[in-house]
Design a protein around this ligand. Structure first.
Ligand SMILES: *Cc1c(COP(=O)(O)O)cnc(C)c1O
Length: 424
């Protein structure tokens, strides 16, 4: 059974002050996990996790990760700006973007971030933009084909828009070296949301072997290898959580087998996890406000896909707990829906749950990553607040909910806006 990190009593207290829906985060869980990640890779002196800001761009949470030596992995101008404002700069910033506008490279370089190039054509583009190539530079690799573990297909890099081919990577390193680069990194992201302890070690083997060849053939000094994201979390009740200590040990074994004998035992390892750092430590709290009995049974709640897009976008499973009914039999079959004028605005389809009464609080699990951050404003819906449940049991609003004024803010020069909100 999947448990909530918050009690019904606590939620009732929070909802007297903060109206539903909102995302709630678990400080204790975030801290314990960040510490475990740091310890799992402590054997590698240069190790750093660069938290993928896109997964959850809340400054309170990211600064918390910063206490465990995490940096920020950014892929856009505003993510870079936010990271800088939070006090991250220099080698604490990884810029793993694609289809990158010139001004974003300029900004990344200005704050001293490490630039990770998605394509070989970006070398000239970057040189033209900055006037020179940074001394430290990274390239993103795409081996093509299928990425398999034993006989399981994990993902299909051959179909993905990211990274350079093997041949391009060798050419890119040579070219970058000619243009003045001195320290090199390799990056690859080959499978998403993997719930197996084998993914990172398998990826590490591919990248470590490649690194040995690259250093030999090009003479480039490889300073770091970036395993990127893709370490998953158990969304369904039957899935087994990844064991980050086992993953760290698995990577260490490959490191000692491949890099150390090649005289590359100084190479630093980086990760850019988003989902694994935050996913399980957030939930979406919503209230059942309508029930409808037609050809199916529907429960309508005050959250919608704007607050959590993954079910609508990917058909993703998110577990639901009806607060106060944790031990009641799941003998009702419901579609749990939001209010968007889109029939895919459903958090659950044909889900067996306890009988839901109007006013019941529903907790939608595992929304800490790619939850709030994927939000949008369709149907004029507003983004929710974010609340932190602190280690001492108190809570803090760490982002207020949007108001209509926020929604209309980009119209502030128009007569309609002035009529609604005045001239101030
Ligand atoms: C999305 C992304 C990540 C994080 O992925 P998770 O699956 O959330 O760990 C890391 N790096 C890059 C370049 C990404 O695009």
């Amino acid at each position: 059974m999947k448990k909530t990190f918050v009690t019904r009593e606590k939620l009732e207290e929070i909802t007297t002050a903060v109206p539903t829906p909102f995302h709630l985060y678990d400080e204790k869980g975030i801290r314990e996990n960040a510490k475990a990640v740091k310890e799992a890779f402590a054997w590698n002196p240069g190790f750093r996790e660069y938290f993928a800001v896109k997964a959850n761009p809340n400054p309170t949470l990211i600064k918390m990760l910063g206490e465990y030596d995490c940096g920020c992995d950014c892929s856009s101008l505003t993510e870079l700006m936010l990271s800088e404002a939070m006090g991250f700069a220099g080698n604490k910033i990884m810029f793993s973007s694609n289809v990158t506008p010139a001004e974003e490279y300029e900004y990344a370089a200005k704050i001293g971030g490490i630039i990770n190039l998605d394509d070989i054509t970006h070398i000239d583009f970057l040189e033209k933009t900055l006037g020179s190539i940074p001394k430290t530079i990274s390239c993103r690799y795409n081996p093509g084909g299928l990425f398999k573990i034993s006989n399981d297909i994990m993902d299909n890099p051959g179909d993905s828009k990211y990274g350079m081919t093997t041949e391009q990577l060798f050419d890119a390193f040579k070219l970058l070296k000619e243009k003045g680069a001195e320290e090199f990194g390799i990056h690859a992201f080959l499978a998403s949301n993997t719930v197996t302890n084998e993914y990172y070690p398998m990826l590490a083997k591919v990248l470590f072997e490649l690194a040995v060849k690259l250093q030999k053939e090009t003479g480039c000094h490889i300073k770091f290898i970036n395993l990127s994201g893709g370490v998953g979390v158990p969304y369904t009740p039957d899935a087994k959580p990844n064991d980050i200590r086992a993953i760290g040990e698995g990577v260490r074994k490959v490191y000692e087998e491949v890099l150390v004998p090649a005289g590359m035992g100084e190479v630093a390892l980086y990760t850019e996890m988003g989902r694994f750092m935050m996913g399980p430590y957030g939930c979406l709290v919503t209230k059942a406000i309508h029930e409808k009995h037609i050809y199916k049974e529907y429960i309508g709640c005050d959250a919608c896909a704007v607050n959590l897009m993954r079910p609508a976008m990917y058909g993703a499973y998110h577990h639901i707990t009806v607060m106060g009914k944790e031990n009641a039999p799941c003998d009702h079959k419901y579609d749990v829906t939001g209010s968007l004028c889109e029939n895919n605005d459903k958090f659950a389809i044909d889900r067996m749950l306890p009988k839901i009464d109007m006013g019941d609080l529903l907790v939608i699990h595992d929304t800490g990553a790619h939850g709030f951050s994927m939000g949008y404003n369709y149907n004029g819906k507003l983004k929710s607040a974010e609340v932190l449940l602190k280690e001492d049991g108190s809570y803090q609003v760490i982002r207020r909910a949007e108001t209509p004024r926020d929604y209309f803010a980009t119209l502030d020069e128009t007569p309609e806006y002035k009529k609604m909100f005045g001239n101030d």
